[in-house]
Design a protein around this ligand. Structure first.
Ligand SMILES: [Zn+2]
Length: 443
């Protein structure tokens, strides 16, 4: 068992929705089949075999596009939450760029209604501005009253600095967080990949690193001015990591995330013009990837979030510049991050970072994002009697190959198709109920 308090060998007993006991394991190294429990398990208890596995608090994703309402051909809350559970997540924050946009209590209520019975807890984020148009603040208070904690116009940055300042002040008064998609639009322009030698060579318009850095620097200054809590989504550049490092050292109230794809892939993947690798912010240089990994190792970046962005084939099977940006990631994230940070067999993922362990990866993917999202009461907490039973069981040695058609997501746009990965979620338990058993979804 691994949680924020450390690691130990133990058996976990769950009754109803909570953990009722955590006892030193009497059967270390042995395997018990379902229904034939270790000694000490109550008669009739279902036994989930965790032999050779890590039992941890369920993962928490700060950044998933579940596409419902409005783009159900790409994903639904049902299919997206099933993908999340298979990836070890017990909670995801659903981005508000739905149709209609999640910018009012009515739409928040609708998403919460759709999420009943989902395979993980779904927490809708609200839009910062009405319709994510960047013109007028959305009615945040009525959404906060329904439990919304994170506000974002993700998909685009808030271009108007004065509006962003007001959003930070307003959110701060409501105890909410502004989650910032950092791209300055006039600099990003119509670019569809990282700006550099490779974009010149490929003849594709570039999206420069400075478009991210300018907005990161602007909003760090606004966070300092207002004292508001700022969360920076999907950092992709070395310059942004350096800026956040300095801001944290100066006491700015900021957290940041990076995605698995920005840790594992570089712009070189675009040499084939395969639109599956098109994403915003774009895949960057090897130096940027190294800076992101360093930022995760030294605490500059607080969380790994998927930016799971499903798209139907017709949105990707078009000319590169016309293709929709984004890639799916809920089912591959843990293995990709283990490969990138801890080191694994996967081709192209490297040898990992010195000092990185599965324990530290779980901090980045479970309890730290749970704290940022304000979910620590239910997710990511220490595994102790009385705690909600939101758990995942990870087999770190399990090798598997990413087969897009076998994924639970409605969409197939994974950049890791055919890649051999190591590390897979064996079971996921949501509020005491096993929603994934032996790598199979139960709902
Ligand atoms: Zn974004």
């Amino acid at each position: 068992m691994v949680d924020s308090t450390g690691s130990r060998v133990a058996d976990v007993l769950v009754r109803g929705e909570v953990i009722v006991s955590v006892e030193p394991s009497t059967r270390t190294g042995t395997r018990a089949g379902t229904g034939t429990g270790p000694s000490g398990a109550p008669a009739g208890a279902m036994v989930l075999d965790a032999g050779g596995c890590v039992v941890a608090p369920g993962l928490v994703d700060l950044h998933a596009h579940l596409r419902e309402p409005g783009a159900e051909e790409a994903e639904t809350i049902e299919s997206g939450s099933r993908a999340a559970a298979l990836g070890g997540y017990t909670a995801v924050v659903a981005m508000p760029n739905t149709e209609p946009c999640t910018d009012s209590a009515a739409v928040v209520r609708h998403v919460l209604h759709l999420a009943k019975g989902a395979c993980c807890d779904v927490h809708p984020a609200g839009a910062i501005t009405v319709g994510r148009q960047g013109r007028a603040l959305a009615p945040m208070a009525e959404m906060v009253a329904l439990g919304v904690r994170i506000f974002t116009d993700d998909g685009a940055g808030v271009q108007d600095a004065a509006l962003m300042r007001r959003a930070l002040e307003y959110a701060s008064d409501l105890g909410a967080i502004i989650a910032d998609h950092c791209e300055e639009a006039s600099l990003a322009g119509l670019g569809c990949m990282n700006e550099g030698d490779l974009s010149s060579l490929l003849g594709l318009p570039g999206r420069p690193a400075v478009s991210e850095e300018v907005m990161v620097l602007r909003d760090l200054a606004l966070a300092r001015l207002t004292g508001a809590r700022l969360h920076l989504l999907h950092l992709s550049t070395a310059g942004a990591v350096a800026a956040v490092r300095l801001a944290k050292a100066a006491g700015t109230n900021v957290t940041a995330e990076a995605t698995p794809h920005h840790l594992a892939l570089t712009e070189d993947a675009l040499a084939t013009y395969d639109t599956v690798f098109k994403v915003n912010p774009p895949l960057r240089s090897a130096a940027d990837v190294a800076a992101l990994r360093q930022g995760l190792c030294d605490g500059t970046i607080d969380a790994v979030a998927t930016d799971h962005a499903p798209h139907p084939p017709e949105a990707k099977q078009v000319a590169f510049c016309d293709a929709a940006p984004g890639m799916i990631g809920l089912e591959t994230s843990l293995a990709v991050v283990l490969g990138a940070l801890v080191g694994a067999d996967g081709p192209g993922l490297g040898d990992g970072e010195p000092g990185m362990t599965i324990e530290r990866v779980l901090a980045l993917m479970s309890w730290q994002p749970a704290r940022i999202a304000g979910l620590s009461g239910a997710h990511g907490g220490p595994l102790v009697p009385g705690a909600p039973a939101n758990l995942c069981v990870i087999d770190p040695a399990r090798s598997w190959t990413v087969v897009p058609a076998a994924l639970a997501s409605h969409s197939r746009n994974t950049p890791f198709a055919g890649l051999a990965l190591r590390g897979k979620v064996r079971h996921t338990v949501l509020a005491g109920e096993p929603v994934v058993i032996a790598e199979e979804a139960q709902r």
